[in-house]
Design a protein around this ligand. Structure first.
Ligand code: GLU
Length: 450
């Protein structure tokens, strides 16, 4: 059995109850064999066995009081996955689906994503099964404070720097930052995605979506194409989706869909960005509200999606941008996209495509940008926020955006070149995994068994 298969077999036994984690590991390990064949040192130093295990997992109880005076209990986690190339860095997810396996998949992805940014940040992820939906502002604040009562012991600007993810936006980061400051009496850049008046970076909000589009432009450039005039399907309606849509519009493309947990909107004339921002960022309402405000839009509730498919992937488009959540695009969706003429898929969410869907994309030869490369602009700009905090300075929007753009160009180049180096030009999954892994693995070897 090959080294990668051998390690995978052991993991499948040990972590049966963590399907998302196994999926993420499988996707990476299956593409690393050519590197293992080239250099035996990875096996000699047992790098695969080591890199799949988090360096540290902190689990804690989060207790808080709701508006009715009832005590609530949630489970909180911080998975400090790998610090070979820098302090731990990664978001905090607040969603009822959060458990240790989900955060392990996210943390594992983060290690290689952060490595691809070319900056010195290790990988981590945290979160809680707290459901922000339907909670009042004060409940959200009390939860964030309670979460930080535990978390503050384990983080610090050169130790571990959390940020946003699903359910954690600027508001939540603000409350967590306030709580950290109160608990530690330190005013330091311990979280990224902060408000602009207290150490946040311009363009951090836009960064994941913008970076996704910059990456896509590079991918298309290599095929002598541009985004101009392309019809695009986007899923999600959060931070990543909104700023992906904004940048697509700026590039002359036509994004025609968006979605949330209850349904999707399809507007053949193109999504009205101002209305989408009003509904999601200001009113925090469902997309039904968008359909009320924009009569040309069709609203399709989840119950009416075609059997086994996500509605947005059934709309005929030239390019698709999954920006919602894991496993939101399955094999049937992938086939449907391709049959309808889609020639480009770039992932804004983490692990949105199933392994079978990825297979369909790779076999079809379309341009396919995997999440850990395509959505790395968010965390890369978090690192720019850390740099600004460390230097006690702040840069203009244009400066940060220009740096983000250059980082995405560099990521694309290193991923595409690595795919060529290993004899599979155009296979950006292999390119991203090998390029991201190699740097971390070599740093681990250099630092010894610790
Ligand atoms: N949660 C984001 C990600 O998946 C951003 C993490 C960060 O900025 O640290 O990459």
């Amino acid at each position: 059995m090959s080294y990668t298969q051998d390690v995978l077999a052991g993991l499948r036994q040990r972590y049966q109850s963590e399907p998302e984690f196994l999926q993420a590991v499988e996707e990476v390990l299956l593409t690393l064999q050519p590197l293992m064949d080239k250099d035996d040192k990875y096996r000699k130093y047992k790098i695969l066995e080591r890199v799949v295990e988090p360096e540290r997992t902190v689990k804690f109880r989060v207790e808080w009081v709701d508006d009715k005076g009832e005590i609530q209990v949630n489970r909180g986690y911080r998975i400090q996955y790998n610090s070979a190339i820098g302090p731990y860095k990664g978001g905090i997810r607040l969603h009822p689906s959060v458990n240790e396996g989900v955060l392990k998949f996210l943390g594992f992805e983060q290690v290689f994503k952060n490595s691809l940014t070319g900056t010195a940040i290790g990988g981590a992820k945290g979160g809680s099964d707290f459901d922000p939906k339907g909670k009042s502002e004060t409940e959200i604040m009390r939860f964030c404070q309670a979460f930080m009562v535990q978390l503050h012991r384990y983080i610090g600007p050169t130790i571990d720097v959390p940020a946003g993810d699903i359910g954690t936006g600027g508001r939540e980061i603000g409350y967590m930052y306030g709580a950290y400051k109160r608990l530690t009496t330190r005013y330091e850049g311990v979280l990224t995605g902060k408000g602009l008046t207290f150490g946040g970076s311009l363009a951090r909000t836009e960064a994941t979506g913008y970076g996704l589009v910059y990456f896509t432009e590079e991918m298309l450039k290599d095929r002598n194409e541009t985004l101009e005039g392309k019809r695009c399907a986007v899923s999600g309606a959060g931070n990543v989706a909104i700023y992906c849509i904004e940048k697509l519009i700026q590039k002359g493309a036509l994004p025609v869909t968006a979605s949330d947990s209850r349904g999707s909107i399809y507007d053949p004339n193109g999504i009205d960005l101002a209305v989408l921002k009003q509904v999601k960022e200001v009113e925090r309402a469902s997309l039904t509200r968008y359909a009320e405000l924009v009569p040309s839009a069709q609203y399709v509730p989840v119950e009416d999606y075609p059997e086994g498919k996500h509605f947005v992937w059934t709309v005929p488009v030239d390019a698709a941008f999954p920006c919602a959540t894991q496993n939101e695009l399955n094999e049937a969706d992938a086939r449907c996209l391709i049959e309808n003429g889609c020639r480009c898929v770039a992932e804004g969410a983490n692990m949105p495509s199933s392994i079978a869907a990825i297979d369909v994309f790779l076999k079809s030869g379309i341009a396919y940008g995997p999440a850990k490369a395509a959505n790395a602009g968010g965390v890369a700009t978090s690192q720019l926020e850390m740099e600004q905090n460390a230097g006690m300075t702040s840069w203009t929007f244009e400066e940060v955006d220009a740096k983000l753009h250059q980082i995405m160009v560099n990521i694309y180049r290193s991923v595409a070149d690595t795919a060529v180096e290993f004899g599979q030009p155009g296979n950006l999954v292999l390119g991203a995994n090998i390029a991201g892994f190699r740097k971390v693995a070599d740093a681990m070897i250099a630092q010894g068994v610790i």
